[in-house]
Ligand binder design. Structure first.
Ligand code: ZN
Length: 289
C-alpha cells in the first residue's frame, strides 16, 4: 500500500512581545537533555506522516535574537547554550535535527568532524567568550560519513593511499582518521575473532564503529584539553546522527544501544568501556552476520 504523506511544517516563530520565548538550560545536564529531547521530537515527526491532520512543529524564537529588546539596539548578544562540531555533510543540518533556532547553537562543521587547528581555535573562542551561557560541547558524527569511509577503505587496501598521497588537504583529514580506524578494527577483532575480516559485513561494521569512535575520541580530547581542570561546569558529549532513522545513536557503558547524545568518556578505563559498548551494540552486530 502506498504511504499517504501529509504535510509536515517546521516553523520558526518570533513573537515580538514575548521576551521569554525559551529559557536557557541551567547546566550541562539540562543542555544535554534539551538537545536529546529536540532530536527525539525531530525523529518522531515523520513517524506520524499518515495522521489525518498533518503535522506542525513550532520552534519558538526569542525576539531578542533579532535585536528586539536587546540592550544595544539592533545587536543581539550571542548566547548559545551548546557548541556542536558536526560534519559538513549536507544531510545533517545541525539546528534542524535538534529542533533549535538562531542563537541557540555555536556550530562548527568540517568534513569528518575532526579536531583540526581551525576547529580547535573556534572551540577555544567559544569556551573563552561564551562562558556565560555555554554549557555543553558536542561532537556529532553521522552514519555513512564519507571521510571515515575513505579512511576505512585506505586501511583495508593501503595501496589506495597513493591516490591521495599528493593531495595535502584530503590527506590531512585522512591521517587523523586512520588511528581511529585502526583502534576500531582491533576492537572488532577481539570481539568477533579474526575471521571477522572475511565477513561480508566487516567493512560496513568498521565504517560505523569508526564513525562513533571518532566522535567519542574527539569529545574525550575536548573534555581533557578544554574542560577538565579549568571549566568543570562544562561537559563534552558525542553521538552519531543516523540518516536512516533521524535519531542520534551513542553506545555507552550501561546502555549499549543508547539513543541520544552521551557524555564523553572521562578516562582511559571509560574509553575502554565505550569501545566494548560499540562492538556489543545491536547496530554494529547487525552488520556481522
Ligand atoms: Zn560526513
Amino acid at each position: 500500500m502506498e504511504a499517504y504523506v501529509k504535510t509536515v511544517d517546521i516553523i520558526y516563530r518570533y513573537e515580538a512581545r514575548n521576551t521569554s520565548a525559551r529559557p536557557l538550560p541551567a547546566d550541562s545536564d539540562a543542555a544535554l537533555l534539551r538537545l536529546n529531547d529536540g532530536n527525539s521530537d525531530f525523529a518522531a515527526l515523520l513517524d506520524h506522516v499518515n495522521d489525518e491532520s498533518g503535522i506542525q512543529r513550532v520552534i519558538p524564537v526569542d525576539p531578542r535574537d533579532l535585536g528586539f529588546g536587546s540592550d544595544v539596539a539592533g545587536t543581539p548578544k550571542q548566547r548559545p547554550f551548546a557548541a556542536v562540531l558536526g560534519c559538513s555533510d549536507a544531510r545533517v543540518p545541525i539546528e534542524l535535527i535538534f529542533h533549535e533556532g538562531p542563537n541557540d547553537l555555536f556550530v562548527i562543521r568540517v568534513a569528518g568532524n575532526g579536531l583540526g587547528l581551525e576547529v580547535l581555535g573556534s572551540l577555544k573562542y567559544a569556551v573563552d567568550h561564551l562562558g556565560g551561557t555555554l554549557k555543553l560541547i558536542v561532537v556529532l558524527g553521522h552514519s555513512g560519513c564519507g571521510a571515515l569511509t575513505t579512511a576505512v577503505d585506505v586501511f583495508l587496501n593501503t595501496g589506495d593511499y597513493l591516490t591521495i598521497a599528493a593531495k595535502h588537504s584530503i590527506r590531512n583529514i585522512l591521517d587523523r582518521s586512520l588511528i581511529v580506524v585502526q583502534a576500531s578494527a582491533n576492537k572488532l577483532l577481539s570481539a568477533f575473532g579474526h575471521s571477522v575480516t572475511r565477513n561480508p559485513g566487516y567493512r560496513q561494521a568498521l565504517i560505523e564503529a569508526s564513525i562513533v569512535t571518532n566522535a567519542a575520541l574527539s569529545a574525550y580530547s575536548i573534555q581533557q584539553e578544554f574542560i577538565a581542570q579549568d571549566l568543570p561546569e562544562l561537559q563534552a558529549a558525542y553521538g552519531v546522527y543516523v540518516l536512516e532513522t533521524r535519531e542520534v545513536w551513542a553506545p555507552r557503558l550501561g546502555n549499549i544501544n543508547g539513543t541520544g547524545l552521551a557524555a564523553a568518556p572521562r578516562d582511559v578505563a571509560g574509553f575502554a568501556h565505550f569501545g566494548d559498548a560499540v562492538v556489543q551494540s545491536e547496530r554494529i552486530g547487525s552488520y556481522i552476520k
